[in-house]
Ligand binder design. Structure first.
Ligand code: GLN
Length: 195
């Protein structure tokens, strides 16, 4: 049984739940999904992996810093002290990992430019090549950020552009793998969570 924490601040959380359940079935590894709304839930459950969905990073910073939640910055500290656990930040989740704003080192070593493709109208789908999965992956980019620079391993590209980085077990993607039918990244998270 792999226990996957899912940060419930905002974004396509329920799509991640479906994706995780399907990925679990595909790879034959049972999972328990732990919905994380408060820091104490992260500490008491101490999951084997963590997913930070996309959404609006400004909103997530506000809701996550709320006294009732206090998820941030504690969540970043938890990630720093759990280096062997797979962590997936999608879109706004990647923005938070790159720029935790807690005075400590970032979780991925990259600079992202928010909303860099333009307005919602410029959201798009496109084939991504993932070296992590060793194949093409259908990328769904929604008001996506762009990597301005990335000092970590590149794990996904769209044409010449970097759209995914990997720092140890921490992955930041500018697209939304939970919204495409391919469960590759969710399977990777489950299969790489050591229990
Ligand atoms: N535009 C969002 C931000 O800057 C990210 C978009 C997303 O997560 N789909 O936070």
């Amino acid at each position: 049984m792999v226990r996957v924490g899912l940060v419930m601040l905002q974004g396509a959380r329920h799509a991640h739940i479906s994706a995780l359940n399907e990925a679990s079935g595909d790879c034959g590894i049972p999972i328990e999904i732990i919905e994380i709304r408060k820091l104490e839930q992260l500490h008491s459950s101490d999951p084997d992996a963590l997913i930070i969905p996309g959404g609006e990073s400004t909103t997530m910073r506000k809701t996550g810093k709320d006294d009732a939640s206090s998820l941030m910055p504690g969540m970043f500290e938890w990630i720093r002290s759990n280096r062997s656990k797979p962590i997936l930040g999608t879109c706004a989740g990647a923005i938070l990992l790159a720029d935790p704003q807690d005075g400590a080192p970032p979780l991925i070593n990259a600079v992202l430019n928010r909303n860099a493709y333009g307005s919602q109208y410029e959201s798009f789908q496109g084939a991504v090549h993932s070296s992590l999965l060793d194949r093409e992956f259908p990328g769904i980019f929604i008001r996506a950020p762009r990597f301005v620079s990335a000092d970590d391993d590149i794990c996904a590209t769209h044409g010449d552009e970097v759209v995914g980085v990997k720092n140890g077990m921490i992955i930041g993607l500018t697209f939304h793998p939970e919204l495409s039918p391919d469960r590759g990244f969710h399977k990777w998270i489950i299969e790489n969570a050591k229990v």
